[in-house]
Design a protein. Structure first.
Length: 558
């Protein structure tokens, strides 16, 4: 397959359109988020697709804010969305627009539909409209106001805009077919009264268009060639086309649907995410346990890894649930080659090397990356007292435990071989210190260091260690598809966040990138809480997928 050959059905459609000379060979897409919350991993797929296919054909992409629902939208969300798109590596340049930019044109289009006797003002209540709409198996019934004259409809619609009526008194509806098997075609609402100031247009409007009416026409006004939507809009496409058929704009876009990205153990419902934030279940929209783009960015996910993951998932029309491990593997693969290595002890256990000279410190040479010499080396201080991981000692160890045990030997990475001679416990019987001895002829990197032992562990010098808070993040939910439950709270993972009082090597005193803490995983300084006075690191991902077997079993049982 050549680099230019289409890799999915949308790219095939676009390739065929270009070959046929459709739209004069242009490709113009748009990403149209509603600024009523933060974006999540599903939006990341749409961003990458819309901006990606345009870039592949030297086209253009509009970032258009769907701001048709004032009162639920805010500038905070606008700025967050812009930051997310930029972080993913895309630029809309001078093509930042809003649905509200076209309110005058949309109003004129609505008036034209009324003049064509294709729209009418309905005075039924919202509940009555639902009753008249029918069901999936029964046709709807015409509103008693459906046959109002064109003149009366025009007058009422203008009075709606002038603020004469209260919210809910009237709506403007398209006149299509109340017996249509597609519920979206049963005289859908085009405008409703909302006496709410708008963040862009102020008090100019007392009525606001519905998304279905504004979306397709905004596409037409902007010259969008391919309007890429997720599958829930497939049943809306006949309505999208109906507006274009009636109003015949100078440019006609084409709506194409693809499956949304559903990630296991994650939540992508804005409503449910908002509830988690408002109720303090998580610490804001950028909580690193959330599958929001802001949360993934704060956790330390590289944008390159997220784009790679989206590329692996692909673009199809089949809905499925993607294993979290697929995303985490993309993160591991990127950081595996890009992240320098450092030493950190998350659960410190003190070790005193009894035969090492008191007051002495020597510098051990450590590689910054085991597979790339260009990363260079660094010096790590070594002294009489060090910290190792609690999990690297076991008093009653099984035969194949190749770490510290009473009388057992282990190599300290980049340093010496030590032997555990004595175990110190507190009054409760907890191990609080190990007394060890070292073999001075086993210094790593010297000619006399050939003596082999089976285990190698990491460490930090107690005297020189940097105290830090390390946040061990895991999946927020304990079930693969939390979005399928009305109440997600019973399915929270109680161990989604553990906080450790860690000790780090001095090279981590100032950190501005992600690192691999050797043997522990990949970690990143927290973008909000990190400071030189209080280093805070987030675990991005473990070195191995400890959930793999559990996840496969849970997905198979769904």
């Amino acid at each position: 397959m050549s680099d230019n050959e289409p890799t999915d059905f949308i790219r095939q459609i676009i390739s065929d359109d270009i070959a046929a000379g459709k739209h004069n060979g242009r490709v113009v897409t748009r990403f149209p988020p509603e600024p009523n919350g933060f974006l999540h991993v599903g939006h990341a797929k749409s961003i990458c697709l819309n901006f990606g296919v345009a870039e592949e054909h030297s086209g253009q992409t509009f970032l258009r804010f769907d701001d048709t629902n004032p009162g639920r939208e805010s500038e905070e969300y606008v700025e967050a969305i812009k930051a997310d798109v930029r972080w993913l590596g895309f630029d809309w340049q001078d093509r930042l627009t809003h649905a509200s930019d076209y309110f005058d044109q949309l109003f004129a289009a609505a008036v034209k539909l009324i003049e064509m006797d294709k729209a009418y003002v309905d005075s039924l209540s919202a509940e009555e409209i639902r009753e008249y709409r029918g069901t999936l198996t029964e046709p709807g019934a015409n509103s008693p106001h459906r046959e109002r004259s064109i003149e009366e409809n025009l007058a009422l619609f203008r009075r709606m805009q002038e603020g004469e009526f209260e919210d809910g008194a009237h709506v403007l509806r398209a006149k299509i077919d109340m017996a249509s098997p597609n519920m979206n075609m049963r005289d859908p609402t085009l405008y409703r009264i909302r006496k709410t100031p708008h963040q862009n247009t102020g008090d100019k409007w007392n009525i606001y268009p519905m998304y279905d009416f504004a979306h397709g026409l905004s596409d037409a006004f902007e010259g969008i060639t391919h309007s890429l939507c997720t599958l829930e809009f497939e049943d809306h496409r006949p309505l999208y086309d109906w507006f274009l058929d009636q109003l015949v704009p100078q440019h006609r876009p084409q709506q194409i649907e693809f499956s949304r990205l559903n990630l296991a153990y994650a939540l992508t419902s804005k409503r449910k995410l908002n509830a988690l934030v408002d109720n303090g279940v998580v610490n804001g929209w950028d909580d690193p346990r959330l599958a929001t783009i802001a949360g993934m960015r704060r956790r330390g996910y590289p944008p390159e890894a997220l784009r790679d993951f989206i590329g692996r998932v692909g673009v199809t029309k089949k809905e499925n649930l993607i294993e979290m491990g697929v995303l985490e593997n993309s993160v591991r693969e990127f950081l595996g080659s890009e992240a320098p290595r450092r030493m950190a002890v998350i659960k410190p256990l003190k070790v005193t090397i009894t035969n090492y000279p008191q007051g002495q410190t020597e510098q051990m040479v450590a590689m910054n990356h085991p597979a790339n010499a260009e990363f260079g080396t660094r010096e790590m201080p070594f002294s009489r007292e060090i910290y190792v991981e609690q999990d690297d000692f076991m008093e009653d160890a099984p035969r194949k435990f190749f770490r510290l045990r009473p009388g057992g030997e282990v190599r300290l990475r980049f340093a010496y071989i030590i032997r555990c001679d004595d175990v110190i416990k507190d009054d409760a019987g907890n191990v609080v210190e190990l007394r060890c001895s070292y073999d001075p002829d086993t210094k790593s990197g010297t000619a006399s260091s050939d003596r082999k032992v089976k285990g190698t562990i990491h460490w930090v010098s107690a005297q020189h260690a940097v105290a830090a808070e390390v946040r061990l993040y895991d999946r927020l939910f304990s079930v693969p598809n939390p979005g399928s439950y009305d109440d997600v709270l019973p399915h929270l993972n109680p161990r989604s966040l553990e906080i450790a009082d860690a000790r780090l090597e001095p090279a981590l005193a100032v950190a501005d990138r992600s690192y691999q803490f050797e043997r522990l995983g990949y970690f990143s300084p927290d973008a909000v809480d990190y400071s030189a006075q209080k280093p805070v690191f987030n675990r991005i991902v473990t070195l191995r997928d400890s959930w793999a077997k559990l996840e496969k079993q849970a997905m198979a049982e769904m």
